[in-house]
Design a protein around this ligand. Structure first.
Ligand SMILES: Nc1ncnc2c1ncn2[C@@H]1O[C@H](COP(=O)(O)OP(=O)(O)OP(=O)(O)O)[C@@H](O)[C@H]1O
Ligand SMILES: [Mg+2]
Length: 646
């Protein structure tokens, strides 16, 4: 709820009667406890530009925001006038009692009652305005936040994969969580707080001056003093707040990293080192938190002392002025209330400028993200093929993840419909890269890829990816049941179809051994399955998709040879009449391929079928023989060992 900034309740001993629960007393956008005016020191490169963009982004909510502004001003004015009117009641009461003592009259309770009713009415109006304003603003802020999140999510899906190669997940995540949160908080709280603070300061000053300019001067004398004290404390503690933020981040990421890599960490006896590192971070964090909290804790008492000195001055001068009948007694009461409600908005504004800087910085990052170059748009008149033969042709493809480092130099090959094409070659040769290009995950530097004679650019990405079914090197499973994970290949598939695909991929066998069968929920990293089981699941998914072109990147590298053979058989059935690309390190599995492309350093060095390539005695023959020899050697060694034992 929006509190009523500047409400001079006079009940707080701290010299600040404002009940505002703004970002000051609350938590910073990072979730850490923040002191007054001590937010993270980050600045937008272009403050006005970013704020302008944010304002433009508000779109149709601009009118609502204007209404909010008006209501905030009205609400604040109503609270400012309050003490002055309440003071009149005190004056009336005082005069009445004096008259009674003198015997010249009596207390005019009717008039006092009227004044009190007026005051109540004023405060009610102020609260109502404050409430309406807070309600509208909360609405606007939530709507804008919603739009931001939606836009960011859409953007993520439109960004080329290249973007994610160069950006950490944390960064992208931080746009959608921290930055949007900061903007939300700022919109829902700070914006109206600025208005009420400014209006309060100006309004209170005017009211004070109308009561007595001498008293106003006395009250204001302490102001520079408190500002200096505030400046000194903020200056000192800023460093520690920054350090606190930084080390909180270090501690968090260290814990995350160690927890994520728990098994590896233990395997390498990294516990002690990890704990030491954690302790170092934690100690710095402890120190920084302690100091920053101590310093910001000093702020309030110091301000209070200074405020109270001014307060005493005002009381003495007020008493004197009332004694000489320059002002009425009710005015002293009102004035004291004003003094009390004066310091808070000032420190609030000091804090808000920080919040605004943060907001601008967050908005800047979000807008920068939203302005990142997107994937090349799909063609306006895409090719739609009813029936697909599945002929794939690479024409002089040249590609590099970055322009200065070309990975694929000049790749040309043709896969005829229904052919099984194997891509082999040493690690890092560019096999997976070829697959990614086929899916149009990246744009080519030169050359063309044709499917049934059509450039892959002539298809929409959606249609293009519908053509393929793929099993990638790094298996990707999501948090959901096994059934759901397989069904991801073809969302409309019935349970029976899913199970059929699962049988073909030999998933069915092990699923029956699991506690919940197909309804077993995979956890986030699917660590409750074995590596091979995960691979089988992704194979089942690709089978279910029933694509024209099948791509298997090291699909069976983690399953035992017997299962591999079984899958191979299943695959061979599925691959009939389908063009397929198979990437394998174990060359024994691709002997029956129609075409083997041998890659080395991004180029095809040889191509042909297994027999021809062996006869040629080139790079492939070398690769094959080395694998074959190794197996032979192992077999021989095993035999020797067995003989020795006997
Ligand atoms: N996202 C990427 N950004 C930049 N460079 C990359 C990226 N992915 C791969 N590379 C580089 O491209 C080259 C080819 O990688 P690729 O993944 O195609 O190899 P591969 O033949 O599939 O190897 P493996 O047999 O180990 O799977 C490597 O030098 C690699 O470092
Ligand atoms: Mg690879």
């Amino acid at each position: 709820m929006m509190a009523h900034p500047g409400q001079p309740t006079g009940s707080s001993p701290s010299g600040g009667g404002v009940g505002g629960r703004g970002p000051m007393g609350g938590r910073g956008p990072m979730g850490g406890p923040m002191g007054m005016g001590m937010m993270r020191g980050e600045k937008a490169a272009d403050f006005r530009g970013s704020m302008g963009k944010l304002f433009n982004y508000m779109g149709r909510y601009k009118i609502s925001v204007s209404i909010v502004f008006v209501f905030a001003i009205l609400s604040t004015i109503a609270t400012i006038v309050g003490p002055k009117i309440l003071g009149q009641a005190t004056t009336k009461l005082f005069e009445g009692i004096i008259d009674k003592i003198r015997g010249t009259g009596d207390v005019d309770f009717a008039a006092i009652g009227q004044i009190l009713i007026m005051t109540i009415l004023l405060y009610v109006i102020s609260s109502a305005f404050g409430y309406i304003q807070g309600w509208i603003m909360a609405n606007v802020a939530t709507n804008i936040t919603y739009r931001f999140r939606k836009d960011i999510e859409h953007k993520i899906n439109k960004l080329p994969l290249k973007y994610f190669d160069g950006t950490t997940h944390g960064e992208v995540l931080s746009r959608i969580t921290n930055d949007v949160d900061t903007i939300n908080q700022s919109l829902s709280q700070s914006l109206t707080q600025i208005i009420s603070s400014v209006v309060t300061i100006v309004g209170v000053l005017i009211m004070m001056l109308t009561i007595s300019w001498q008293m106003t001067i006395v009250a204001l004398v302490t102001l520079p003093l408190s500002m200096i004290v505030m400046g000194i404390i903020i200056g000192r503690s800023q460093k520690y707040f920054k350090q606190q933020q930084d080390y909180l981040g270090h501690v968090n990421s260290h814990v995350e990293e160690m927890y994520g890599g728990h098994v590896v960490m233990r395997a390498f006896n990294g516990e002690k080192k990890s704990i030491e590192k954690f302790d170092t971070y934690n100690n710095v964090l402890y120190n920084a938190s302690w100091k920053s909290n101590f310093l910001s804790g000093l702020m309030m008492p110091l301000m209070m002392v200074i405020g109270n000195i001014g307060y005493v001055g005002v009381a003495i001068l007020g008493g004197y002025l009332a004694g000489t009948s320059v002002i009425s007694i009710g005015d002293i009461q009102a004035f004291i209330q004003y003094v009390r409600s004066f310091t808070q908005p000032i420190s609030q504004i000091a804090n808000i400028s920080n919040v605004l800087q943060q907001t601008a910085a967050a908005a800047e990052r979000v807008f920068k993200f939203l302005a990142e170059p997107e994937e090349v748009a799909d063609t306006a008149s895409p090719t739609r093929l009813e029936a697909l033969d599945g002929r794939v042709e690479f024409q002089n493809v040249r590609f590099g993840y970055s322009p200065d480092k070309i990975v694929i130099k000049n790749f040309s090959a043709i896969a005829q419909p229904g052919q099984k094409v194997a891509i082999v070659g040493p690690t890092g040769a560019g096999k997976t890269t070829i697959v990614k290009l086929l899916m149009r995950f990246y744009e080519l530097n030169e050359g063309k890829i044709l499917v049934d004679g059509h450039d892959i650019h002539d298809f929409t990405r959606h249609d293009l990816r519908m053509i393929y079914g793929m099993v990638l090197q790094d298996t990707w499973l999501f948090n959901g049941t096994i059934m759901e994970n397989i069904r991801y290949g073809r969302p409309g598939a019935s349970d029976d179809e899913v199970i059929e695909a699962a049988k073909a991929a030999h998933v069915d066998n092990f699923v029956h051994t699991l506690p919940d069968g197909y309804n077993m929920v995979l956890n986030e990293e699917a660590s409750n399955l074995s590596q091979g089981q995960m691979q089988l699941l992704t194979i089942a998914r690709a089978i279910l998709a029933n694509p024209r072109i099948l791509i298997l990147d090291e699909a069976t590298s983690s399953v035992d040879t017997r299962t591999e053979l079984l899958i191979q058989k299943a695959m061979d059935t599925i691959m009939q009449n389908r063009t397929s690309f198979v990437i394998a390190h174990r060359l024994s599995t691709i002997r029956n391929a129609d075409l083997i492309l041998v890659m080395k350093d991004g180029d095809i060095v040889e191509q042909g079928n297994h027999k021809d390539l062996l006869v040629r005695g080139g790079f492939y023959a070398e690769l094959y023989n080395s694998q074959f020899e190794n197996t032979q050697q192992v077999v021989m060694q095993d035999r020797n060992l067995a003989n020795e034992k006997n």
